[in-house]
Design a protein around this ligand. Structure first.
Ligand code: ADP
Ligand code: MG
Ligand code: MG
Length: 249
């Protein structure tokens, strides 16, 4: 479903991704692990369509369509979703208004009617409750003053509402205590089904005890250098990343 072929990306003349190949099938949960600086966040941004990157070679196909030819909002409307490693605080934008805007933008792209306010409230409240996000938080400005764990749960709430086809989670576990980790993981696991694919980026094995991946890939210097099953994560936990240099490509 997602096929990344020979992806070569630079930022300001520095090569960050260096011929990366990766395939994630429908229904698959693929984990990417790797040392800091190996290019994991860059990969997630390039898939989602963040600007500032120079893509020198390669393609990113979603069901055969090259995402690199689309704007970020078009990729989102086709079902690409990125849960940020560092969610942004947006002062002046109420969380509820933001959630309504993203849901209605998606519906508009699909030529569906806007949600009525009662339907919207029912949907959001139900999803928020499962993630233990309280109603007061939804009234505040998006992410402003939220704890690290609250910000990550807010990312998962957006994912639960949008029901994307391809979900990328960039170090969603960083900064989470064990309760938040459980809540976030349950939120992700509830979305697993045979049509949806996940790319779960993490530096630590811990998250993968909760979100058990089908495949594990090791990233180093901007490419995938090893792939295996879930046991590979345990092996990395034991051996560390010492054999994979942390230098950029
Ligand atoms: P990871 O998520 O695996 O820790 P990143 O994708 O954040 O890695 O970063 C990969 C490399 O790219 C690092 O060496 C980082 O310093 C560099 N890098 C990332 N963003 C930029 C940028 N905007 N300008 C210059 N270098 C960058
Ligand atoms: Mg990092
Ligand atoms: Mg990162």
């Amino acid at each position: 479903m997602i096929e990344i072929k020979n992806l070569v990306v630079e930022i300001e003349g520095n090569r960050i991704l260096n011929g990366l190949d990766l395939t994630v099938a429908d229904g698959e949960v693929a984990a990417i692990m790797g040392p800091n600086g190996s290019g994991k966040s860059t990969l997630s941004y390039v898939i989602a369509g963040k600007e500032d990157y120079e893509v020198l070679d390669g393609e990113i196909l979603l069901d055969g369509e090259n995402l690199l030819e689309l704007e970020a909002y078009e990729r989102a409307s086709k079902g690409v979703f990125l849960a940020f490693q560092y969610p942004l605080e947006i002062p002046g934008v109420a969380t509820m208004s933001f959630l309504k805007a993203i849901l209605n933008a998606q519906r508009k792209a699909r030529e569906e009617e806007e949600l009525t306010t009662p339907d919207f409230l029912r949907l959001v409240r139900g999803a928020a409750e499962k993630l233990e996000i309280n109603q007061e938080m939804l009234k505040r400005a998006l992410n402003v003053g939220f704890s690290g764990g609250e910000k990550k749960r807010m990312e998962i709430l957006q994912m639960a509402l949008l029901q994307p086809k391809f979900c990328i989670l960039d170090e969603t576990d960083s900064g989470l205590d064990i309760d938040a980790l459980r809540i976030v993981s349950e939120g992700v696991n509830a979305l697993r089904d045979e049509k949806r694919a996940f790319l779960v980026i993490t530096h630590y094995q811990r998250l993968l005890n909760h979100i058990v991946p089908d495949t594990v890939h090791v990233m180093s210097k901007g490419r995938i250098v090893r792939s295996g099953g879930k046991e590979l994560a345990l092996e990395l936990e034991a051996s560390g990343y010492a054999e994979y240099s942390t230098e950029a490509a």
